[in-house]
Design a protein around this ligand. Structure first.
Ligand SMILES: O=C1C[C@@](O)(C(=O)O)C[C@@H](O)[C@@H]1O
Length: 254
């Protein structure tokens, strides 16, 4: 049985020791193999395949075969993600109906442990894919990304609540801070909502101002942090070795 991503839910005021996830962003099969080879001996907890970067995204069978290879080579839980262009992803040559078919194939393949679905996706698609994923024990991460600004606390809370209402296993928000005050907004929402919602929460502020959220997010209740392997998949991601070093220091002392 698929064990999902195994992310922690916050226990009162205790900090979370967040899992570290490295996105694979290779354009070609060879580039992905190179990333896997560089990273498979690291202690990374989870890999994310950002399939919107993959040049053969329209070839469902090839995508399934590579997911199997990532799983076999890394032996780590795999989060499968198509990030839409509207939320900071790459332009892809397939339409939404084909994206749904691609997710269906990956969910039934048994090679992924989590799927990232954006809250902006059609509600019927979210329900349909979530049902299939849950039958297999795969975690559904319902996500919201804003690459231009940090919405108000109220809006971010609404996004996280919307994820819970739509049956998410994990709720995620990523924002772009325009100031350090925006980073505090992200931390405040994380601190409050990680106590209020019954599922794991992932949050981050992107860019340079937000880097601290990738290191200290767990203290405020974020269950996972994204770090870069060979290449970043979002602004402000820090190298995995640096992130792991800081997490070790926090863990040892908190
Ligand atoms: O949603 C996220 C978070 C992210 O955007 C980041 O800021 O680290 C990186 C993406 O690969 C991932 O899907």
């Amino acid at each position: 049985m698929n064990e999902g991503l195994q992310l922690a839910v916050r226990d009162n005021d205790k900090p979370i020791d967040p899992k570290v996830c490295v996105p694979l962003v290779g354009k070609s099969h060879e580039a992905l193999q190179h990333e896997m080879n560089q990273l498979k001996r690291t202690t990374v907890d989870i890999f994310e395949w950002r399939v919107d970067h993959f040049e053969n995204i329209s070839d469902v069978n090839m995508v399934v075969r590579i997911a199997e290879e990532i799983q076999r080579e890394t032996k780590r839980p795999l989060l499968f993600t198509r990030r839409s262009e509207a939320e900071g992803g790459q332009r892809i040559p397939i339409d939404e109906a084909q994206v749904v078919k691609l997710y269906e194939a990956l969910i039934t393949s048994g090679y992924v442990h989590g799927v990232d679905i954006e809250l902006r996706q059609a509600e019927k698609d979210i329900f349909h894919l979530s049902k299939q994923a849950n039958q297999q024990g795969i975690d559904v991460v319902l996500s919201y990304h804003n690459f231009t600004e940090t919405p108000s606390e109220q809006v971010l809370e609404e996004k996280l609540n919307a994820a819970v209402e739509r049956g998410a296993d994990v709720a995620k928000v990523a924002v772009m801070p325009q100031s350090l005050a925006d980073v505090l907004t992200l931390f405040r929402v994380t601190e409050k909502m990680s106590r209020n919602i019954p599922i794991p929460l992932i949050s981050m502020a992107m860019g340079e101002n937000g880097m601290v959220s990738r290191l200290a997010g767990g203290v405020f209740g974020s269950a996972l942090t994204f770090a870069s392997g060979i290449q970043t998949s979002a602004p402000g991601q820090l190298p995995v070795a640096d992130v792991e070093q800081v997490l070790r220091i926090l863990n040892r002392n908190m």
